[in-house]
Design a protein around this ligand. Sequence first.
Ligand code: NAP
Length: 323
Amino acid sequence: MSSFLAVRQVRRPEATPNADDFTVVTEQLPVLGDGQVLVENVYLSVDPYMRQLMDTGEAGLEGRAIGKVAESRSAEFPVGTTVFHRNGWSTHAVVGAADLRRVDQADGVPLSAYLGVLGGTGLTAFVGLTRVARLQPGEDLFVSAAAGGVGSAAGQIARLLGARRIIGSAGSAAKVAHLHALGFDAAFNYREGPVGAQLAAAAPDGIDVYLDNVGGDHLAAAISSLRPHGRVAWSGAIAQYSSAPPAAPHNLAEVMFKTLRVEGFLVREHLDAREPFERFLVPHIQNGSVIVDETVVDGFGNVVEAFLGVLRGDNTGKMLVRL
Ligand code: NAP
């Protein structure tokens, strides 16, 4: 094999991206240098943050992938090793040993989970709940974009951490039903009415913690519902990735009156939590108490559509592409 396929961004979108912003190119495989391997990708991750990368013209150049080593000039990663890397949307990748991580697949855990609930997606939920919000047993939690990758992981992890009432918002009736099936105590469709009123109805006594994946009206609603000393772990702001940022929440002063803590975080600053998180979660996946919640799109030719789909909300659980 002398060439491989890769997705490249060809223009920057004004607002919501579309398929014409990308093209598929054929690239020649370089000769492997010392310490390099050729990876045949098996799963690719498509993530909302790639919409932000599109504003720099780099979407798809960086991104998480899992594959098998097909050729090797690294003693550490012989042919056949399953590896994780971040070389983005391509069928194959030439990667140096320093940029590879071996994936030791546990019994009974699907490989895809290592890009989803056990990957950066689940780690974001875990770090947001444990390190940022410091969720305590018996506390009440609200999660937005709850039927997506981070959200569905957060609901399930919060249950393991001893949360009392877990409330989620999502964009359709089918997703609300999905949240109930995942074990959320209450869920609502944010498209059906004002988020503030729906959250107040779902949590009449308030909440202690909000894991924010959305921003905008969801953040304002949570600020109103948080009890004194409540915490917001601000993970993402998908409501504004393709549009102008909304005005700041009208009720921001409640952060002061109720002595709330609102803290943003990036999972890449918490990679030391990956191994303890994996040790914590794997047994729960193995015994079935945590569901590997994912939407898998087949075929490299569908990478762009899968990415556009995650921005639209086509997915439940983590959106992945299987090659
Ligand atoms: P995801 O939740 O699986 O997919 C995104 C979901 O967002 C869609 O399924 C859609 O579901 C929802 N959505 C889209 N537009 C929306 C809008 N205007 N208002 C409300 N919901 C909207 O994606 P993910 O990978 O798990 O990421 C979730 C969030 O976490 C994103 O904001 C992402 O940037 C953030 N994140 C942060 C970090 C970090 O290090 N801080 C790491 C990973 C992810 P509906 O059908 O429900 O609308």
